[in-house]
Design a protein around this ligand. Structure first.
Ligand code: 2BA
Length: 108
């Protein structure tokens, strides 16, 4: 068994959860925060048989879009130690995915 951990944009999360459920995958949705942008994203946990991992990845690819986001960034300038604030544009997603081995899966 594998655990697919997918960090996705909040705007894609509900649609992806619906698609996973429609395809009979079980999913847990966690509110998370990106360390760089310090803004909300969503982490989805899906436990699946090894043979089904590619099906889950296909759904993630289908639903999750790449986005450009702008974050303020400060650069130290000059000997006086002033700061120049410049917007920094980064590309987020579609999704960041980790696939890890599950040692045991049980319901007690
Ligand atoms: P954030 O950490 O908020 O990062 C948002 C986007 O900012 C990243 O998009 C990337 O384009 C950029 N970025 C992140 N760290 C950077 C840095 N040190 N310097 C310059 N640009 C940087 P994605 O790579 O698509 O990541 C989206 C979200 O997925 C991340 O949000 C984070 O929550 C998670 N993530 C990505 N890679 C991860 C990893 N290796 N481990 C854990 N979480 C990860």
């Amino acid at each position: 068994m594998k655990l697919v951990i997918a960090i996705v944009h909040d705007e894609d999360a509900n649609k992806l959860v619906d698609k996973l459920n429609e395809s009979h995958f079980r999913v847990t949705k966690l509110a998370s925060t990106g360390g760089f942008l310090k803004s909300g994203n969503t982490t989805l946990l899906t436990g699946v048989e090894k043979e089904k991992v590619d099906d889950v990845l296909a759904l993630i690819r289908e639903i999750c879009n790449t986005r450009r986001e702008v974050t303020p960034s400060s650069t130290l300038i000059g000997e006086a130690g002033g700061y120049l604030s410049m917007p920094l544009e980064v590309t987020v997603g579609g999704a960041t995915v980790f696939v890890v081995d599950v040692e045991q899966y049980m319901k007690v």
